[in-house]
Design a protein around this ligand. Structure first.
Ligand code: KG4
Ligand code: ZN
Length: 344
């Protein structure tokens, strides 16, 4: 089969990114313009500010992705773009750019689900093996997904309130860490001890759903009570206790799911997949209890939002002829779904 070169665009939240991906598994470029500095002073992403930055960055980021890949628009076979989930204004900037390119160059337009992108980030370093189980942990989502084949997503568990990354960022604010707090909490946690015995919500329940809002409240109450009494809490122990609760729940639910759904491969994906404590705990689980299951986690650079993962996922949509026309619109609440079509 002829090589397929996809130019992919990602703009669902606060990263403007473009990438050229060959055959869904080789990134020839992956340019990511982060807006974190602009949002830091507000302690979170401000949607209007995010959209404006995307508009300012998108053309340069696309040009740079082509330049680094040493290609021209004529060499590209199709344009891919994140259609959702995400912030509507942010998504629309990427979608408008991709539609303009598809129209100008008369090439196919491929819509991609952002969460599918996080899963397919793994394909950029090793092939996916089915059936597989993926644990998606990002700023907006926490999901366990079972896949029997490409593009076939069965969500077997999800959070009933806060996403893991959201909990990290909120606790980061309580600890006066700069936004987004995940990485800094992870670093603090490495130096502390799990001394505060925070709750592990729904850990022994007979389902794969998660809940992290009770943990968040427990941490906030602990900090407030200590302040009122004039006590000091060691931030390293607080971070370690918070992180231990999250990791215990994620590892336990993963283990339960693996017992019910025997798989060949397990993929850890999403921004929180960069968490060193979580990567270590899961790798130990696989080494000790599931040595025949391949544990796959993307490079740190591919855990956060980026367009190469969108190009990797787009390849399967392209093979299945799942294309969009110029009426493509942003879908802020888009979910992962099952699919019966045959791919490549
Ligand atoms: O996937 P992502 O880049 O954006 C969304 O699609 O949401 O995930 C961003 C999230 C943020 O909440 C950030 O704090 C978290 O990933 N994160 C981490 C770490 N690095 C990033 N959380 C825990 N530990 C980390 N090392
Ligand atoms: Zn993401």
């Amino acid at each position: 089969m002829k090589d397929v070169f996809i130019l992919a665009i990602e703009s669902s939240c606060d990263e403007t990114s473009a990438s050229v991906v060959k055959n869904g598994n080789e990134q020839l470029s992956n340019i990511v313009a982060s807006q974190i500095k602009s949002h830091m002073r507000f302690g979170g992403v401000v949607p209007e500010v995010a959209s404006r930055h995307h508009v300012e960055q998108i053309t340069q980021v696309i040009d740079e992705a082509l330049r680094i890949a040493n290609m021209s628009m004529e060499d590209i076979d199709a344009f891919a773009v994140t259609e959702g989930p995400g912030l509507v204004g942010s998504l629309l900037v990427g979608i408008s750019a991709a539609k303009a390119l598809a129209m100008a160059y008369q090439k196919p337009l491929i819509p991609v689900n952002h969460m599918a992108g996080h899963i397919y980030a793994s394909q950029l370093h090793q092939p996916l093996q089915f059936p597989l189980l993926a644990l998606l942990v990002s700023g907006g989502h926490t999901e366990l997904v079972y896949m029997e084949k490409n593009n076939d997503f069965q969500v077997i568990g999800e959070t009933r309130d806060d996403a893991v990354g959201e909990a990290y960022d909120k606790i980061g604010r309580i600890l006066n860490l700069s936004y987004p707090g995940g990485k800094a909490i992870d670093e603090l946690a490495q130096k502390g001890q799990d001394t505060l015995a925070f709750p592990r919500a729904m850990i022994h329940d007979n389902h794969y759903d998660f809940s992290f809002s009770g943990l968040k409240s427990a941490v906030i109450n602990t900090v407030h009570n200590a302040k009122q009494k004039g006590d000091t809490i060691n931030p390293e122990d607080l971070a370690a206790s918070f992180q231990a609760s999250i990791i215990d729940v994620l590892v336990h639910k993963t283990k339960q799911a693996l017992l019910e759904y025997p798989v060949k491969q397990f993929i850890l994906a999403g921004g929180v997949a960069a968490n060193k404590g979580l990567r270590f705990a899961l790798s130990e689980l696989f080494e000790k209890e599931f040595p025949t299951v391949q544990f796959s986690v993307p490079d740190f650079r591919l855990c956060g939002d980026n367009a190469a993962m969108i190009g990797a996922a787009a390849y399967h949509n392209y093979c299945q002829n799942r294309l969009a026309n110029l009426t493509l619109n942003a879908k802020p609440g888009l979910e992962l779904t099952k699919n019966s079509e045959k791919g490549c």
